[in-house]
Design a protein around this ligand. Structure first.
Ligand code: GDP
Length: 294
């Protein structure tokens, strides 16, 4: 995960960490290299600039040049800034409600259905009775996929393959959940290959009908700045509560992870690191920053 970024930051820190004399000039050069490493990782340009400006200011304030361990202090400052950039603290999902309703949104292929299965398993482990709902009215295969995952994790899947009205499906699903005493309902929605008006309108209607406890936006971290732009568009329409970053196991750059919170101002709540049902973790900004800095 994030190997390219790790290597570049490591190289940037070399002069400061090594034996060489620390001067204002090589601190400035390192800051420039850090910014370059971030933009190469597909971090939003403005985000990269703001972060490195803050690093510079902190380096001045804490007198990096005359510190006993200038290199270490500098890396610590970068670590603090990256942690803050990704949200500082882990944010949990809200499972209050009877039942709590979690709406899952995102583009097709982002990993929505896989995540829905994982989340169901994660919540079931907490001893809660969960219902998965297949609300994709365009792709029958998506319903089958969710059914397979539901079976795998031992969670009931609600679907109405003949019903072509997403709002009516989720309304029926909610009634079923109440009848069968489910505590959490996870609704996997339809995704298209690109953002389009009909899809946005449909999911807005679904959200209105469900009044969910939590709306999560799922995005493929490997798509970098595209992920950030898609997040912006979804957020404008859905005002979601959190982001789920998927496919981090294949992301060598880290641009989406580092920019999405700053650009959209919504926390990253989960990270997905594989296709298996247990490859799901809560997103901890500080751990992620430590990982990036090696
Ligand atoms: P959806 O169209 O948004 O529902 O996406 P899917 O859940 O069907 O996922 C699309 C593909 O990505 C599938 O082949 C998944 O197995 C795969 N996938 C999902 N999440 C991850 C992940 O975290 N890591 C990896 N490597 N693959 C994933």
């Amino acid at each position: 995960m994030f190997e390219n970024l790790q290597n570049k930051l490591d190289k940037a820190f070399k002069t400061l960490k090594g034996q060489g004399r620390i001067t204002e000039i090589n601190v400035a050069a390192t800051i420039k290299e850090v910014r370059r490493a971030l933009t190469d990782a597909d971090v939003n340009y403005k985000v990269a600039k703001d972060v490195t400006d803050r690093v510079k200011q902190k380096a001045l304030d804490r007198k990096v040049l005359i510190a006993v361990e200038p290199g270490q202090l500098f890396v610590k400052i970068v670590q603090e800034e990256l942690t803050e950039l990704m949200g500082t603290e882990a944010k949990q999902i809200n499972l209050k409600g009877d039942p709590a309703v979690i709406l899952i949104a995102g583009l097709q292929g982002s990993g929505k259905t896989t995540f829905s299965g994982k989340l169901a398993a994660y919540i079931k482990k907490q001893g809660k009775n969960v219902l998965l709902v297949a609300a994709d009215i365009y792709r029958p295969a998506a319903i089958d996929q969710l059914k397979v995952l539901g079976e795998q994790v031992g969670v009931e899947v609600f679907s109405e393959p003949e019903n072509k009205n997403a709002v009516s499906i989720v309304t029926n699903a909610l009634a079923h959940a109440k009848r069968t005493n489910k505590k959490v309902v996870i609704v996997d929605t339809a995704g298209r290959l690109a953002v389009d008006e009909a899809m946005m309108q449909e999911i807005e209607n679904v959200k209105k009908a469900l009044n969910p406890t939590e709306t999560l936006f799922v995005v493929d971290s490997m798509t970098g700045q595209d992920a950030v732009n898609t997040a912006k568009t979804f957020n404008e329409r859905l005002d979601f509560d959190g982001v789920v970053l998927t496919k981090l196991d294949g992301d060598s750059r880290g641009g989406a992870a580092l920019s999405i919170r700053a650009v959209v101002n919504k926390p990253i709540k989960f990270m997905s690191t594989g296709e298996k049902m247990d490859a799901l973790d809560i997103f901890y900004p500080d751990r992620m920053a430590s990982r990036i800095l090696g």
